[in-house]
Design a protein around this ligand. Structure first.
Ligand code: INI
Length: 179
């Protein structure tokens, strides 16, 4: 039986982050969470590219442009779409979700959905580093796991059993950088 399992070890991964300015109070915290996760899992700052866009609706286009440079292994999309009083919610939330999916399938790299879709600003704040974790941190973890998983499937990275005693894993554990 062959089984693939992505791990949180992709120290050479080159990561793009597309982050929306709309609801910046929230998205800045998502970005901090994502950067914290990348640092914890050993990604050098030089491997990270950040692009700010006006709102979540603009994320898919910029994610696609970044993906097409061929210089990134995964892209993390961060935004906060809050229902509030605006009729925009359903259009923006729906379009950004399908747009991100399309970019990932078209460009064949992981494009991670780190977009909060909440009924209120309070719920968004809870998911951006307060009561309910940080969706930006989670999105970055997902990106690294997917990079490793795809590299295994393409034969570019050893499968888990071969890596069991790798120094990379040990070093990360010793530094307290493994979750
Ligand atoms: N953009 C968001 O990122 N979040 C929102 O909650 C939001 N609402 O509610 O309107 C929002 N709108 C802006 C949109 O993303 C575009 O920037 C704008 O429509 C211009 O294309």
């Amino acid at each position: 039986m062959k089984e693939y399992k992505g791990r949180l070890i992709a120290p050479k991964a080159r990561i793009g982050i597309v982050v929306a300015r709309f609801n910046e109070l929230v998205t800045k915290s998502l970005l901090s969470g994502a950067l914290e996760a990348l640092e914890r899992f050993g990604i050098p700052q030089n491997n990270v590219t950040i692009a700010w866009v006006p709102g979540s609706f603009e994320i898919p286009l910029v994610a696609k442009q970044l993906a097409q440079t061929g210089e990134l292994d995964a892209i993390i999309c961060l935004g906060a779409v809050i229902r509030g009083a605006t009729a925009h919610f359903d259009y923006v939330a729906g379009q950004v979700a399908s747009g991100i999916t399309n970019v990932s399938l078209e460009t064949q790299i992981p494009v991670i959905f780190g977009i909060l879709t909440t009924d209120s600003i309070e719920q968004a704040i809870e998911r951006a580093g307060t009561k309910a974790g940080n969706k930006g941190f989670d999105a970055a973890q997902t990106a690294l796991e997917m990079v490793d998983l795809l590299q295994q499937i393409k034969g570019e990275s050893p499968t888990p059993h071969a890596y069991a005693t790798s120094t990379t894993t040990q070093e990360l554990s010793l530094k307290g950088k493994c979750y």
